[in-house]
Design a protein around this ligand. Structure first.
Ligand SMILES: [Zn+2]
Length: 253
């Protein structure tokens, strides 16, 4: 008899617990709903955010800015790429899938008659380099990535991403014409493979992707970093390069 009562009490307890959980979930779900009243709290922020957006060309949907002689910054308002025209050819930095198909024409427009020699990856995420296969027909093109990124890309074998032909462990210097590019492995401040600074000392231009967007909160879990300690140190390391220009997640400043 006692056993039956205990079982009945357990079932009742379980049922009440489930009902409580459903109630708590429904309260939270309601709180997360962005109805008109909720979203109005964010409208002023959205206006400020819009003002920070670069003026996109209505024809291409891109903003191209020659930020230093022969150094071009390209964005669709969300993702970025850049390219440097040297005396001996062009170096491209990242090629996002969102506008990678437009990059060859943009490069031909701003740096005509120059051969594309190198494509450099900041890290291995597809949303930043998944437009690289557009350059696969370029003869002799060298693609540079950090070793862990190269291994990971080889494992994934994504046809939209050109496999690296040159890899490095901690540091790599690329010289072309009178220009020099420093590639510095900075650990896992954002991705699981490796995240590199791409630094152009002559132009004092630093590419540090998926770190932070000026004026924004880190977009998700502090830029989805697997190493929060490293993430916290990265800003000091950026400052130490002496760069006054940097590419972040959404746009440059
Ligand atoms: Zn990323």
């Amino acid at each position: 008899m006692d056993t039956i009562k205990t079982k009945r009490d357990s079932l009742l307890f379980g049922l009440i617990s489930i009902l409580i959980m459903i109630f708590i979930f429904s309260v939270y779900a309601k709180a997360e709903t962005f109805d008109g009243k909720e979203i109005s709290r964010y409208l002023s922020t959205i206006e400020k955010t819009k003002k920070r957006q670069p003026p996109l060309d209505p024809k291409t949907g891109l903003y191209v800015n020659q930020i230093k002689p022969h150094l071009f910054y390209v964005t669709d308002g969300v993702y970025q790429s850049a390219f440097l025209e040297t005396a001996e050819g062009i170096i491209i930095f990242d090629s996002p899938p969102s506008f990678g198909n437009k990059l060859p024409a943009i490069i031909a427009q701003y740096a005509p008659d120059q051969k594309i020699k190198y494509l450099v990856y900041s890290h291995g995420h597809k949303d930043h380099i998944g437009g690289s296969a557009l350059f696969k027909s370029i003869e002799g093109l060298e693609v540079i990535a950090q070793e862990s990124v190269a291994n990971s890309l080889a494992h994934r074998a994504n046809p939209e991403i050109l496999p690296p032909t040159i890899s490095y462990t901690n540091y790599h210097t690329l010289s072309l014409g009178d220009d020099r590019i420093e590639l510095i492995n900075q650990g896992h401040f954002h991705s699981n493979d490796a995240d590199s600074f791409v630094y152009l000392p002559k132009q004092k231009f630093l590419i540090a992707v998926d770190v932070l967007s000026p004026g924004y909160a880190p977009f998700k879990e502090f830029e989805v970093t697997p190493d929060f300690g490293r993430y916290l140190t990265i800003f000091e390391l950026m400052a130490k390069t002496g760069a006054f220009l940097a590419v972040f997640q959404w746009f440059s400043k």
